[in-house]
Design a protein around this ligand. Structure first.
Ligand SMILES: C[S@@+](CC[C@H](N)C(=O)[O-])C[C@H]1O[C@@H](n2cnc3c(N)ncnc32)[C@H](O)[C@@H]1O
Length: 270
């Protein structure tokens, strides 16, 4: 158990953690983000892109937050709605009074403006950028901005790439595949600086951004414990191994909605 992650260290069955999350870092990533965001007990928190809701339950159980988890999709393994998995896990974790799941996604959440104290989203919005483009990605961030209360905090974590050209041997694997269109995975991954700039464009003040110090450990764990990686060692697991931390990383942005934020609503026409 790592001393810097005492909360997630309690959930040590990584095969289970990676089966219920879907991305590098699992609960350690959520602990990293929640600590950076200063998530507090009783706070209203929106979790965007929940897969089976493990991180959502963790935020409720370990931080005492009241969490709404949203996800528009069904689980690719069993076809059950992600929010149903969230409810199953909430009962298992004993946090069913603190967690609500809704089958919807950004950018059209239909929540009232200024609703949440915190918004958390990891390993979700980069796929929106890759599949639907930067304009829709920007609309998603603008929606997060709208539903946060003034002074509220957004914690965004994403697979990102270092601010260097793709190494020549990696270019063929990142510019095709991933089921995300002609540019492949490279369309999903931006740099931390580019991501922070889009947050600023929609009105946020960036408090802190960076590449997570444990990024490569999280990618390695993911390649070993994620059920889809385990089932297809020649797929994503091989890409991660081939990269070896040269280009791919995991970046985060912690951003605040300014107290005087109304002027920015024009960006999304509200
Ligand atoms: C790769 S999983 C990440 C899950 C988890 N947050 C993690 O870090 O392990 C991405 C999740 O985002 C969901 N998702 C996709 N598009 C979304 C959208 N527009 N709004 C909210 N969630 C979305 C997917 O259904 C999936 O459950």
């Amino acid at each position: 158990m790592s001393n810097i992650y005492p909360k997630s260290g309690k959930y040590s069955d990584l095969d289970n953690v990676y089966a219920e999350c879907s991305g590098p870092g699992g609960l350690e990533l959520t602990e990293f983000m929640a600590n950076k965001m200063n998530v507090s007990a009783g706070a209203r928190l929106l979790d965007i892109g929940i897969e089976r809701g493990f991180q959502t339950c963790f935020l409720a159980k370990e931080y005492g937050a009241l969490v709404i988890g949203i996800d528009p999709d069904d689980d690719r393994s069993d076809g059950i709605a992600h929010i149903e998995h969230l409810l199953r896990n909430a009962r298992k974790w004993g946090v069913e009074d603190q967690v609500i799941g809704l089958k919807l996604g950004v950018p059209e959440t239909r929540f009232s403006s200024n609703t949440f104290d915190f918004v958390h989203s990891t390993t979700t919005l980069e796929m929106v950028r890759g599949i639907f483009g930067l304009d829709l990605y920007r609309q998603c961030l603008a929606e997060v901005f709208r539903v946060l209360r003034p002074g509220g905090i957004f914690g965004l974590g994403e697979p990102m790439h270092r601010d260097i050209p793709i190494p020549l041997d990696l270019a063929p694997i990142y510019t095709k595949g991933g089921g995300v269109g002609p540019e492949g995975w490279s369309a999903c991954f931006a740099t931390m600086e580019e991501t922070a700039a889009v947050c600023c464009e929609v009105g946020f003040e960036v408090i802190e951004s960076g590449n997570a110090p444990d990024a490569w450990n999280w990618w390695t764990e993911f390649s070993k414990h994620d059920p889809h990686c385990k089932a297809d060692p020649e797929g994503e697991a091989k890409i991660i191994q081939q990269d070896g931390g040269r280009w791919l990383t995991y970046g985060y942005v912690i951003a605040r909605k300014p107290q005087q934020a109304d002027a920015h609503h024009r960006l999304i026409g509200t």
